[in-house]
Write a protein that binds this ligand. Structure first.
Ligand code: RP5
Length: 170
């Protein structure tokens, strides 16, 4: 595992976000990157959220991934309290199916950026965190290259397998 202390902080607004947000942990484990996971709601736990963001850099965290649904202010609230890179994951929940969270997460004021991935894009948040960390850690770059190569080969094999398929075979 790269990092003696967690390099990535994964924060989510509610326990109900865990089924999607655990995909970030799955990708980081596959890439060998250390992480920690926490529940911290921007609205229900404002002080704890601000404290976490303010102390993250000195605790050794280098990238924060924040996932929340509905009026999703978590990533933005964290970005307001740290200059670490913050990646926001808008989550699909509530009556608006994540469009509310997407707009809340992506529309940040100038100077306080949140790198926002797709609705429920938890895996891509982890891949982006790895790309950021790969600037400093060459072994993460190797892990990303290797993953992309495996994906490419798998797709080539699938393409080969369906090459002579017609509709009647499906
Ligand atoms: C957000 O509200 C959370 O991130 C979650 O996606 C949504 C619903 O939270 P619960 O009511 O399930 O705790 O703050």
């Amino acid at each position: 595992m790269i990092g003696n202390t967690p390099l990535v902080g994964i924060i989510m607004g509610s326990e109900s976000d865990l089924p999607v947000m655990k995909k970030t942990a799955e990708v980081l484990e596959e890439m060998g990157v250390s992480y920690e996971m926490k529940i911290s709601s921007a609205h229900r736990m404002p002080k704890e959220t601000a404290d976490y963001a303010e102390s993250a850099r000195k605790c050794g965290i280098e990238v924060i991934i924040a996932g929340a649904g509905m009026a999703a202010h978590l990533a933005g609230a964290i970005a307001a309290h740290t200059t670490l890179p913050v990646i926001g994951v808008p989550l699909k929940s509530g009556e608006l199916n994540g469009v509310d969270a997407l707009y809340s997460t992506v529309q940040m004021p100038s100077g306080i950026p949140v790198a926002t991935v797709a609705i429920n894009g938890a895996a891509n948040a982890a891949y982006l965190a790895c790309s950021i960390l790969s600037i400093k850690y060459p072994e993460i770059r190797v892990a990303i290259d290797s993953k992309r190569e495996k994906t490419r080969v798998k797709l080539l094999e699938k393409s080969e397998a369906i090459k002579n398929t017609t509709l009647k075979d499906l």
